[in-house]
Design a protein around this ligand. Structure first.
Ligand SMILES: CSCCC(=O)C(=O)COP(=O)(O)O
Ligand SMILES: [Zn+2]
Length: 210
């Protein structure tokens, strides 16, 4: 029986369009996934190597818990599907978004030795439910293993909650949330915080030389 995933397809296509408007899919980078069924697990994931700024009937394909296509298709699942598998296997998240931006790459490199970057006393951490005066948001940074199963293993160590984010050094960020709305909100908040920190560091450095 062919599964009906029209709603999830349209939701993910709309998110893809919004992220594309922000120019977050440079050079075919990025991949997105949305859950269709819990048991047995299935989710829609972007087809590999596509120009994600275009909206077509071949943008997504349905895969099972191990990232293999459920239906007959000539499309290839995203090269990074195993990371989405980790999210849906290890949490109750409904949506997972991965983008490459200059800001997330720069932050991942600047804080690579610390293996994490922390934001405190910044209003936008409230997007993450951090409303307390002393609250902080810490995003782990992992090494960009070329071998995707190895990368997914490392990534999976940080999937302990139903929402979260992991920076992959000089590669990009993967963010997940209970649904598309939450995942997009958290991703946007991260990108704001990254741009803010870079601008602040640059400004302070310029002040030093003046
Ligand atoms: C050209 S970007 C290199 C691969 C990558 O990191 C990415 O996000 C896109 O890969 P996909 O297979 O999902 O198109
Ligand atoms: Zn990537």
């Amino acid at each position: 029986m062919k599964m009906n995933y029209e709603n999830q397809w349209n939701e993910l296509a709309d998110i893809k369009d919004e992220l594309a408007q922000r120019d977050w899919f440079m050079g075919t980078s990025g991949n997105l996934a949305i859950k269709v069924e819990n048991s047995p697990l299935s989710f829609l994931v972007t087809a590999s190597g596509k120009d994600k700024r275009k909206r077509t009937s071949e943008d997504f394909l349905l895969v099972e818990q191990n990232g293999l296509p459920v239906e007959e298709t000539t499309l290839k699942p995203s090269a990074e599907t195993l990371l989405h598998c980790k999210v849906f296997q290890q949490s109750k998240a409904g949506c997972c978004l991965h983008v490459h931006t200059v800001a997330n790459n720069v932050i991942s490199e600047l804080f690579s030795e610390e293996r994490e970057v922390t934001f405190k006393e910044q209003e936008l951490i409230k997007a993450w439910g951090k409303w307390g005066q002393e609250d902080s948001l810490t995003i782990p940074i992992i090494y960009n293993y070329a071998h995707i199963p190895r990368l997914a293993e490392e990534f999976g160590l940080h999937v302990n909650e139903d929402h979260g984010a992991v920076l992959i050094r000089n590669h990009g960020i993967t963010v997940w949330g209970k649904n598309g709305f939450e995942a997009k909100k958290l991703l946007e908040a991260c990108e704001f915080l990254f741009q803010y920190k870079i601008t602040l560091l640059q400004t302070k450095r310029m002040e030093l030389f003046n």
